[in-house]
Design a binder for this molecule. Structure first.
Ligand code: SF4
Ligand code: SF4
Length: 340
């Protein structure tokens, strides 16, 4: 594997240089938040962040997206697909937990049975550059409980690790190798590898929050009707913050907007936390209370995704823990389930 060293203060310049040939998504400061956004000419990328407020999944799966357009004609309807050739893009500086989320989303959107052309077009045209977490994490981070690590290349085409004065750049995939020219020509030596191994071990050790995520699947298999489900939801506001910020949540709604003879079909993020989520045209709702909705959220992440793809659909980013306005903590829910 190709490896190079770059000076730490060169990183922002590399990201900006890439904007000459790519649409570059990078972390930028917006008021009190760090978010991923397309890097404009006057924008300064901000890499000293623990994690962004929004998950970068919107690069491949936007909040709203036009799927097709149609027009009523004298002969019937004329349809045009809106699957577009995606811009050549670079997602620069994502944290390893979020890069891991792309591997999980691929299992759904790019599987043998179903191919989501909208997602796949963007995913295939994007190079993911991960930035390893080497500083003390948020107390809500628990990636090591859900198959992640702070210095992991899972889901990355290039992995950057701060090893002191330099970044070690590792080109993981051919897509990543194709961008090697942006990273200078200083080859990394064995000393750099040793430093990285030491830093990776310490970073892993620094993740103190642990949950028994791998233990709960057999318990969930047989506890659909357990009274435990009455204990989570009472303070939930059904605001959807947890699902909208989650890098692995992927539910969407499809709706048509029609004006005169013209219409567009769009898809938008939905949330299993919303009362309307499974409401049927008859008025019946199989998940009529927040209890059923919270059970669905938990089951989806820790049972159904495991049943379907042999993977837990949570990367331990802690966003839902940090931003839930009433402090519902998925870590405690998993802990409590493990004791049923
Ligand atoms: S469930 Fe919470 S901790 Fe897990 S990936 Fe989603 S937002 Fe992150
Ligand atoms: S963020 Fe909290 S209050 Fe809002 S829907 Fe999720 S669990 Fe409920």
């Amino acid at each position: 594997m190709e490896k190079r060293l770059i000076k730490k203060d060169a990183l922002a310049g590399i990201a900006k240089k890439m904007t000459e040939g790519f649409l570059v998504w990078a972390p930028v400061k917006k008021e009190d938040n760090v978010i991923f956004a397309p890097l404009g000419k006057s924008d300064e990328p901000f890499f000293s962040y623990l994690n962004s407020k929004n998950a970068p999944k919107n690069v491949f799966f936007p909040h709203t997206e036009t799927m097709m357009k149609y027009t009523r004609t004298g002969q019937g309807m004329a349809f045009s697909s809106e699957v577009k050739k995606a811009d050549k893009s670079v997602l620069f500086g994502v944290r390893p937990c979020d890069a891991h989320s792309f591997v999980l989303l691929d299992k759904l959107f790019d599987q043998e049975k179903y191919k989501d052309e909208y997602y796949i077009a963007k995913r295939q045209n994007t190079t993911v550059i991960s930035l390893a977490c080497v500083t003390p994490p948020y107390t809500s981070c628990f990636c090591t409980s859900v198959d992640g690590e702070p210095v992991s290349s899972d889901g990355a085409d290039i992995l950057l690790t701060d090893i002191g004065g330099d970044y070690l750049a590792e080109f993981i995939t051919p897509k990543g190798e194709a961008l090697a020219k942006y990273f200078g020509d200083t080859k990394a030596d064995a000393q750099a590898d040793a430093k990285k191994a030491d830093i990776a071990a310490k970073a892993k050790e620094a993740i103190k929050s642990k949950i028994p995520a791998h233990e709960v699947k057999p318990i969930l298999d047989v506890n659909f009707d357990n009274p435990f489900w009455n204990t989570i939801h009472s303070k939930c506001l059904a605001c959807g913050t947890c699902t909208y910020l989650c890098p692995t949540c992927h539910c969407f709604d499809i709706s048509d907007e029609v004006k005169g003879s013209d219409g567009v079909r769009i898809r938008s993020w939905d949330s299993c936390m919303f009362p309307m989520f499974t409401k049927e045209t008859s008025g019946h709702n199989p998940r009529s209370s927040q209890k059923e909705r919270w059970r669905q959220r938990t089951m989806h992440k820790f049972k159904y995704y495991v049943d379907m793809f042999n993977a837990i659909s949570c990367v331990g980013c802690g966003r839902c823990v940090m931003y839930c306005p009433v402090n519902i903590d998925i870590r405690k829910i998993v802990e409590d389930i493990s004791k049923l």
